[in-house]
Design a binder for this molecule. Sequence first.
Ligand code: SAH
Length: 358
Amino acid sequence: MCGQTADFFMLELIERLRRERTLSPDEFRALLNGCDVSSLVAANKEAREVAQSVFGNKIYIRGLIEIGNRCRNDCYYCGIRRSNVRIERYRLDKETILACCREGYGKGFRTFVLQGGEESESADDAMTDLIQEIRKEFPDAAVTLSLGEKPTASYERFFRAGADRYLLRHETRNREHYRFLHPEAMSLDNRLRCLGDLKRIGFQTGTGIMVGSPGQTVENLVEDILFMEEFRPHMIGIGPFLPHRDTPFAQCHAGSLAKTLLLISVFRLMHPRALIPATTALATHSPEGRELGILAGANVVMPNLSPAGERGKYSLYDRKVSTGAEAAEGLRLLERSLERIGYVIDYSRGDSPLTTDR
Ligand code: SAH
């Protein structure tokens, strides 16, 4: 990335992306390859304006509860993968999770995101019960799940129990790249089946990618962009890949901040009403990551609401931040950091406004 004045061709692409909400594959490729610093600044500004035209200067907050790190999968990038014998495994019980919700509710959270490793279907009964309990005690709060790939019937049960939203990043739409990131037992087809199920069942559905995941090419990113254009997710999770020391990708480089910010803006320009978080990975990557994500078009922050003593065990990647403005108890800090860039917290449930977007 170099150059002082924004390339005229890049500016033209960015403006057209804003106007028409799409580009040709060649143009996306050109944008991803040719975006210099000043074009990035322009893309971020356009995307920020689009986000503000839909959401004003409001940022939604979600209380993230990391309910456990036991996982049957073995994704090569993830620190809680099954083969990692160097972490202490845990699973929060129902009362602990409800206590987290109570604490969060008192602070003003109206969405609880239950995220965790992938457990077998034998855990479905307990999960269904938990969702029902949260619904009963906090009827005006939304329940978001981020529990990975499940059989259709499990998703249906969770939805009937009262879960509203589900986050499942597709990670990559390219078959070879998917294989490069995941072991044989997992497949892109099953991931896409899950995403199709979730939307059909009625969940507000989120998907997304890690930017700069090992082996990712510009071509792959174009495929991701086109896939998401067609899928039209309600939520889009975009964060940089960050290495974890106990994974096969320990020696790989972190994804680039600039490329992450560019992709947030591209997705915002294409999906004006989508809920796009400034992710924890972005905040971990760079001290200003959260603010830069918002200024690139993100409109959601997910502070950590897990019990402080367990947070270190939910280590998806090295040095994951879970304190300060990234923690529920740091809401004042978050408020101040948002204020500095002209934003305020919106304490409502913040459901997806995505209905007849096009
Ligand atoms: N098991 C669930 C939820 C936990 S992982 C699932 O897979 O959906 C949640 C997200 O964290 C993943 O989708 C992935 O995109 C991200 N993640 C995992 N390892 C990461 C890493 N090393 N760097 C950045 N993000 C990572």
